[in-house]
Design a protein around this ligand. Structure first.
Ligand code: FAD
Ligand code: MLT
Ligand code: ZN
Length: 470
């Protein structure tokens, strides 16, 4: 019996033989990422049904010196949930752990298992008049564990914050198989270190999330949604300042869509913009339990027209039109994938630097890839732009990535605003991160996963930690 076969047999003894997958066809959906940029070859895919089984799986993998790659819905955009090509890593899928354990509409919390689908949790909350305000186009497949592991952002960060801001408690399995549980339904809990923060956004490299307590908010009773085109990016930013003043904390989305993004969506989907979109368009949404949002949104549009910032615009008149406006924004990623290959850059810079960054980055990219197309869109209100370069044969991906990221660095930004480092950005992160950042990351990794068992090669380069049976 080979070591691999012994491990498969040990895992089958924990979860049951039918939940350990080894055949090519069975593992196919677990080994390639959503963007199809990375494909691996695992020793097997294991699908535990409970936290206790996850703990036993980790202990068995540790005993056999096998690395573990946690996976939720496999919608991540940084190739973080994909095994390497050695045939030795175990993909640990949380997709059998989907229970919604409890929902408290008064305390406004929900306790769920890590494999629960985001959309299902949102629907369950909505049925109780509550909202889990994590809004991403991948909600039909993304899981709570994956959203926490990537500290996902999305369309409503402006109002409700990142996933980190909505996570009240975590249950984890650590690298030695210990279960650490702090599933408290509390807004205030200063007892000791708030260790859950180390794991949120750690992309499966420090522990396996098995369950979480998430914060809910009341479902907003009123919303106003508008699409408008602006004269230039500076006008968009001036309009954001105005919208913050007029709409205040009810401003829940301020999204940027470039003309290339509109063109891609209109080409690949039966969707048409109701306005003349021009070089840049903005999707604004206001939402609240209180009324008056439509008036406030129309006031922003009127003032924007008067100042010459807004060129064309519409405030949605019906639920169908709200969906039409959002479809234009939410299908950009799929349209880009249908178009062909691209290099994704998920960057953030201080808003006041956004225009200068764009000029700088465009010049830098043109210098290394003169005829390239861009697909620019994102969460402008958060200073987060998806600066995606549409690539063709012969393009030098390394040079393009460096050109964009060096521009980000020059403007005090981040090379990953919301998607994470995964495997996709490890080299760039190691190139750009300050020495002290890298040292701290290594220190935390060594403390929590001294044998480099958990998701090696993601966030930090592989091979720095000794792996072996203990
Ligand atoms: P996976 O892809 O399975 O895994 C992602 C990472 O988390 C991997 O490193 C994996 O190892 C780790 N992981 C997964 N589950 C666990 C667990 N239980 N314990 C420990 N580690 C785990 N992201 C945004 O931030 N904002 C957006 O607006 C957004 N929009 C998107 C739109 C589309 C169309 C697509 C395809 C993706 C989008 N994403 C967005 C990216 C993606 O949906 C998120 O990163 C999401 O949080 C990933 O969840 P998942 O369950 O699919 O995780
Ligand atoms: C989005 O904002 O739509 C997502 O982050 C997906 C992407 O960047 O493609
Ligand atoms: Zn995004």
């Amino acid at each position: 019996m080979t070591t691999g076969a012994e491990l498969v047999s040990a895992l089958a003894g924990i979860v049951g033989g039918r939940y350990v997958l080894t055949a090519g066809a069975d593992v196919a959906t677990y080994v390639t990422d959503w963007k199809r940029s990375s494909t691996g070859t695992p020793a097997c895919v294991v699908r535990p049904a409970s936290t206790a089984e996850v703990a036993d799986v980790i202990k068995a993998c540790r005993k056999h010196g096998a690395a573990v790659v946690p996976q939720g819905g496999n919608t991540g955009l940084a190739a973080g949930a994909i095994p390497d090509t050695t045939g030795t890593e175990v993909v640990l899928s949380l997709n059998r752990m989907q229970a919604i354990r409890s929902l408290d509409p008064i305390g406004m919390t929900v306790e769920v298992e890590a494999g629960a689908i985001l959309q299902t949790v949102r629907e369950e909350a909505a049925a109780a008049g509550r909202m889990l305000p994590i809004a991403i186009a991948a909600e039909g497949s993304a899981t709570i564990g994956g959203v926490i592991a990537t500290n996902a952002g999305g369309l409503n960060v402006l109002r409700y914050g990142m996933t980190r801001d909505l996570t009240l408690g975590l249950e984890l399995v650590l690298a030695d198989g210990t279960v650490a549980s702090r599933l408290r339904h509390l807004r205030k809990d200063n007892a000791g270190y708030d260790w859950k923060q180390w794991f949120i956004g750690s992309e499966g490299t420090l522990g396996i999330v098995t369950a979480a307590v998430m914060r809910l908010v009341p479902v907003p009773r009123h919303t106003a949604t508008a699409l408008l085109s602006v004269s230039d990016l500076d006008a968009a930013i001036a309009l954001f300042e105005l919208a913050q003043q007029e709409i205040g904390e009810a401003l829940s989305a301020f999204e940027l869509i470039s003309e290339q993004s509109v063109e891609l969506v209109e080409r690949h989907f039966p969707i048409k913009s109701p306005i003349e979109t021009g070089k840049w368009s903005i999707l604004i949404e206001a939402s609240s339990s209180l009324s008056g949002l439509r008036d406030a949104t129309e006031a922003v549009l009127a003032a924007g027209f008067e100042k010459g910032w807004v060129v064309d615009g519409v405030v949605a008149e019906s639920e169908a039109q709200v969906r039409q406006l959002w479809a234009l924004r939410e299908n950009v990623t799929e349209a880009e994938a249908k178009h062909g290959s691209s290099l994704k850059h998920d960057i953030s810079v201080p808003l006041v630097r956004m225009s200068a960054f764009l000029t700088d980055a465009s010049a830098a990219v043109s210098a290394v890839a003169p005829s390239t197309g861009l697909n620019l869109f994102g969460h402008l209100g958060d200073g987060n732009l998806h600066y995606n370069v549409l690539t063709e044969a012969g393009h030098d991906a390394v040079a393009i990535n460096r050109a964009v990221h060096d521009a980000v660095d020059r403007h005090g930004g981040s090379i990953s605003a919301e998607h994470g480092i995964g495997r996709y950005r490890v080299d760039e992160w190691m190139r750009i991160a300050p020495e002290a950042d890298r040292h701290l990351a290594e220190t935390i990794k060594t403390a929590l996963d001294p044998n480099g068992l958990l998701n090696p090669g993601k966030v930090l380069p592989a091979g720095r930690h000794h792996r072996g049976s203990i």
